[in-house]
Design a protein around this ligand. Structure first.
Ligand SMILES: [Zn+2]
Length: 61
């Protein structure tokens, strides 16, 4: 869903480069603009260090 007309006030998602629409929610995290559609993907990246898979835990040290 992209519009041919480019507005000067385009506010783009850092991940998918989609322009945010007025009224659309977004997350501004560490200088990055994240749209609702990308939040899950971004959260997975950011929280990757805390990710675990049951049965595949690695022992550290
Ligand atoms: Zn996005």
């Amino acid at each position: 869903m992209s519009y041919p007309l480019r507005r000067r006030t385009d506010f783009l998602c850092t991940l998918c480069a989609q322009a945010l629409a007025p009224g659309e929610e977004y997350w501004y995290i560490n200088g990055a603009v994240i749209c609702g559609a990308c939040l899950g993907r971004y959260a997975r990246l950011e929280l990757a260090p805390f990710r675990h898979v049951l049965g595949e835990e690695r022992e550290e040290g």
